[in-house]
Write a protein that binds this ligand. Sequence first.
Ligand SMILES: Cc1ncc(COP(=O)(O)O)c(C=O)c1O
Length: 385
Amino acid sequence: MPASARSSPGTPNRLARARARLLGQGAPLVDLADSNPTNHQLLPPQVLDAVARAAHLAGRYSPHPRGALPAREALAASFGGSPDDYWLTASTSEAYSWLFQLLADPGGRIGLPTPGYPLIEPLAALAGLGTAPYRTFYVHPSGWEFDLESFDRAAAWAKAMIVVNPNNPTGQYLDAAGPAVDELCARHGVPLIADEVFWPFALERDQPPAPSAEPAPNHSPQATVFHLSGLSKLLAAPQLKLAWIRLAGPDAGQYEAALDQLADTFLSANGVVQAALPELLALMPQTVDDINRRLAANLRTARALPDGFRVRRCDGGWTLLVDAPPVSDDLALDMLERAHLITHPAWFYDLDAPNTVALSLLPEPARFKEQLDRFAQAVMDMSGD
Ligand SMILES: Cc1ncc(COP(=O)(O)O)c(C=O)c1O
């Protein structure tokens, strides 16, 4: 009996095939899209000490579907709301998966942004769901804009709408579109899943973000919102496996019992890390500042790329989109084959731009500059061919 169709890994794409072949040949590949913060010396050493100190608090197992109360109290103190508004999960990806099961039956659709984070579609497929994409589009140099008409059309079909705020890879914050998105969700009676894992990492945004994604001033939200965040970005610690859902909105109460039941089925958040959470959250502001300094330094370096390259406006997040001169039908593939440099092609994110690639802004600045110089040189070599 084969594995189910929805869990089938499918055939590897052309980039994955080329990468496997080159690795098999022992080629020294350099990954310019590596956004694992623990590969870039960004995990604060105190994090592991805090977890070690908390271990003795977790000797007794007393599970609660929403997670340990002291952990949820610490979250409410840091991000607002009450401890009862929070459900702890092992990761934001898991939170998506729970919410898809909570909000839609198989065959339903989930509204998501394009371009957007590529993991959402496979997570929906695993829950037996399809997608209803809505568009954002780019205008240089002012940045990304929300297509509210396509959001409206998607919301008419969908069982839940997703915003990634700021979006990955575009870096676009919801900002001015927030009240309209709320109204459209309320009008169609669909809840909003707001992925805020990159919220405090603001770069070219006009205003620095408040500590948490609160509603726009003078606007009382109508829609139910499931806010998602976690330690994998806020503390540069994806290996701790702790994230959370914060439920908000006037009709939020209708989901509580079902979400409790779902969470109780898994009880997946690790007890030691939950016990450490109050101490870990105290390390978050400094960690975010350190990462933001790194991102800003690397963005300045990228902005100095030679004429012919265009660095797209990047309001926030850890990813940069760079438009190279038109030298290739698939720049990321050529970059890999000819220069052994790994970049993420725009098509990973459903963006049709063969000479646009996504780069990670996380590397240590001297390394980032060296890698970017190699990238620019490789593009110039291609244009001379
Ligand atoms: C937009 C976005 N959401 C969620 C995640 C996943 O985070 P987690 O490690 O909590 O599953 C990522 C990871 O890169 C991401 O880019």
